[in-house]
Design a protein around this ligand. Sequence first.
Ligand SMILES: [Ca+2]
Ligand SMILES: [Ca+2]
Length: 183
Amino acid sequence: MRAPRVACLLAALAAVSLIATPVSSSAAAPPAERTIEDAVEPGKAFDVVSVTITAAPAEGRKATIAIQHDRRVDVGDAIDVWVDTDADWEPDLFITGTSYSEYAVYRARSWTTRGGEITDQGCASLKMDRRRSVVRVDPSCLAPSTRFSASVRSYVLDEPARTDDYVPGKHRFSPRVLSYLPQ
Ligand SMILES: [Ca+2]
Ligand SMILES: [Ca+2]
């Protein structure tokens, strides 16, 4: 009689810990990485199929926003990325670039208004290569940051606005990710 009861108790404890662990950790801190899958859409000019947002490995290092496309980058392909670094769901940085890796970085005043250009401050960079566009960003370049989120628009210069692909959506941020891996 005793052994089954102990086994039963252990199973119950295991079940409780399985339930309790993810709930408490997600309430305390966001994950260090998230991937947002996006539909394959032939009607989009420079289709995005996923965006993976990853914490910087340590203070002073860069976090990454890796955008996967369904084809190789070509002349005229372009990327806009908004980043919220102070966790108020308002854009702080705006990175815009065209193939293959010409880009500019601005402070963002809103989703549609840029502040000053800060490309030479090393806050962020963009590299478009084969099927990937990768933004590397210093989450704390404007102010100390603990979590961040991103929003992506891909498009082709001179193509109509309806062919733009927004992930996770137009003027919408991804769920938050840690700015830095816990040390
Ligand atoms: Ca898509
Ligand atoms: Ca913000």
